[in-house]
Design a protein around this ligand. Sequence first.
Ligand code: 2IT
Length: 447
Amino acid sequence: MTANAYIERVISTLEEKHPDQKEYLQAVHEVYEAITPVLEAHPEYEKQAILERIATPERVISFRVTWQDDEGQVHVNNGYRVQHSSVNGPYKGGIRFDPTVTLSVMKFLAFEQTFKNSLTGLPMGGGKGGADFNPRGRSDAEIMRFCQAYMTELSKYISQDQDVPAGDIGVGHREIGYMYGQYKRLQGVQLGVLTGKPVSVGGSLARTEATGFGIVYFANQILKHNGTDISGKRVIISGTGNVGSFAADKATELGAKVIGISNITGSVIDEDGINMNTIRDIAANHAEDLSKYPETHPNATFAEGSIWAREVQYDVALPCATQNEISGEQAQQIVDNGVEFVIEGANMPSTAEAVQVFRDNDMIFGPAKAANAGGVGVSGLEMSQNSLRLRWTFEEVDERLHGIMEGIFQNIVDTLEEYDLGKDYATAANIYAFKNIAELVRIQGVI
Ligand code: 2IT
């Protein structure tokens, strides 16, 4: 079979097997449509079923999470851990607590994570976990009971050498702290079994900032590769969580003007530059209600709905909220707004339609699996520090984060040249990561 016929056969088999797993199919499709030249150079990959083996998770764990709320009501949620690939080391990837969690979302994230982790150059396989639990409005005691119930089941499948979860949407220091405590109660002390830990219990300095900082380091590298840099640029960011808020801080520090930010309540445009202290205060004390922002910043405007639907002129878009947050129509609005650079902060924030619009309009596009790899990169550094039984300074970790993002960018640039890809950073990232993983699969035999 030709390379393309092999790819089409694998994709259509996956579609037949998993017709409801939209996000998973989307993620696999996006990678596999980029790798034709690699398969052409390796016709033996078909007989070895390399595409099937890379797309199919090694193990999917699905379990019930039962917990009691403060009124005594018992609830049941669906918990997951997808152990996607161990070819590059222990399964590694975050845990997400969000009502949108499904098996398809877990499988797409675990697949993406495998590629992302390989891009960091650190020895980490790929995994992802989570539950369809909505932490919004829950008391601290309820969060603790949920985390303990989730970890009671998960603890049977993870260890610091086999599978190392971290945080993601809905899971921060507090949740990792509770899950770490519960793991320890059940299995004994294993400092490296989770990353993103509170610094006082073995977490790494700069882990909280790492994803957002890394996105801006990567964005700046792309801008420089295109003859400019982020200083003086008008930037819009979706998401006020760790990713979006620290991306905003770093962009501002490097001289950009963040003129807009959004969360689930809506978006704010502030031509004076978004004040992140106000945003953090709203997140912590006002149920994230961004409509409060103009009360203290009268030049700003608030609107409900997606920030990507807003008509405003800017240069750089950093989608840092969640998967498929940019529709095709919104991508066209981004193009019409004169945006030149879209750098993905969230995992797969652009729908397939949006990616097509960006391609058709020659948008300079930084793919998530490269741009947001700084988070898991510093998780890798947290594992190193835990094994070494020491702690690096914030500056030292930040310096290494810089090095990781530069290394990723350099490998992408080398791949652009090798495959004559122009400025198609997404295809280059997919090719580079796929080549690495495919070789690791081959080397380790038929298992
Ligand atoms: O999407 C991601 O890369 C993460 N949620 C971080 C994973 C990790 O293990 O730090």
